[in-house]
Design a protein around this ligand. Structure first.
Ligand SMILES: Nc1ncnc2c1ncn2[C@@H]1O[C@H](COP(=O)(O)OP(=O)(O)OP(=O)(O)O)[C@@H](O)[C@H]1O
Length: 270
């Protein structure tokens, strides 16, 4: 019998992510209008903007989760290094494996051990790994997620026994285990205390060397601290969300081109 091929060591190259003229609907209601954005390889891109302007919808389009909502539809292209993830020839599981997601609320499997939580995605994505390989992967991913030192002596204890901030870092480790090229994060710190938030922010900055990151955040200080570039989304007076302005984070905060960006980053609205 042919030996299963191990993919654990197949370290992916850094990838850029590009949205081209992405529009989105829920039923008849258009919520995003022709949004285009390049999210460069190895950089952190922050999506900012008031509630309801379509940031989460845009993020979910970037890893093909939007299509899971029965009434949802979309137009446009999403390219990972020039390959359209919506191409009919590409399987949804392949797209999801390349593009991981961390959610607002930490969602580890609570009864599963810490180590099994880390490797939980391997089976789902068809990655084969032996015992030693798994142990190495657990250590590597927990280290990258900034959690190894805190849990190395209790890897067999349940993930649900960790603090909220530790659980979120466990979820980051779980995402990293399938070696995504891109990591999407939807308000990953909104359920966490300030200390855990700073720890996750530090992790995000460290991870950017290995994986392209896109983060939705309502916290302007956080966007300023962790991101290389920002995109400001806005849906004015019932119109679909658009990107008003995007650019290097320091320019977006210190010298934005558009008055609405200036008002938003200075807390005038939103
Ligand atoms: N499952 C859904 N069904 C119908 N409409 C939806 C659904 N999800 C989101 N919407 C609508 O789409 C628009 C964009 O929502 P989205 O959650 O993407 O905005 P957001 O900028 O991420 O908001 P927030 O910052 O509050 O999370 C909103 O008007 C919202 O009501």
């Amino acid at each position: 019998m042919k030996e299963p091929v191990s993919l654990v060591d197949a370290r992916p190259r850094l990838a850029s992510l590009e949205a081209r003229a992405v529009s989105a609907w829920f039923g008849d209601r258009k919520v995003l209008d022709r949004v285009s954005l390049l999210m460069p390889a190895g950089k952190v891109t922050a999506l900012i903007g008031p509630s309801g302007c379509g940031k989460s919808t845009f993020l979910r389009i970037l890893n093909r989760m939007h299509e899971l909502v029965p009434s949802a539809s979309l137009a446009g292209e999403v390219l990972v290094d020039e390959v359209d993830i919506y191409d009919a020839g590409l399987r949804i599981t392949d797209a999801r494996r390349q593009i991981g997601m961390v959610f607002q609320k930490p969602n580890p499997f609570p009864a599963m051990s810490i180590q099994d939580n880390v490797t939980a995605g391997l089976v789902l994505t068809g990655i084969k790994a032996g015992k030693a390989e798994r142990a190495d992967l657990v250590e590597e991913c927990l280290t990258k997620a900034g959690l190894w030192n805190e849990v190395k002596d209790r890897l067999r204890q349940p993930g649900g026994g960790l603090s909220g901030g530790q659980q979120q870092r466990l979820c980051i480790a779980r995402s990293l285990a399938v070696r995504p090229r891109i990591l999407l994060m939807d308000e990953p710190c909104s359920a966490l205390d300030p200390t855990s938030t700073r720890r996750i922010e530090q992790t995000i900055q460290e991870l950017a060397a290995d994986v392209t990151i896109v983060i939705v955040t309502h916290n302007m200080q956080q966007a300023a601290r962790v991101s290389d570039q920002c995109a400001f989304f806005l849906a004015e007076a019932g119109t679909p969300g658009v990107i008003v302005e995007h650019g290097p984070t320091d320019l977006m905060f210190e010298a934005p081109q558009d008055q609405r960006t200036m008002d938003y980053v200075n807390g005038v609205f939103g």
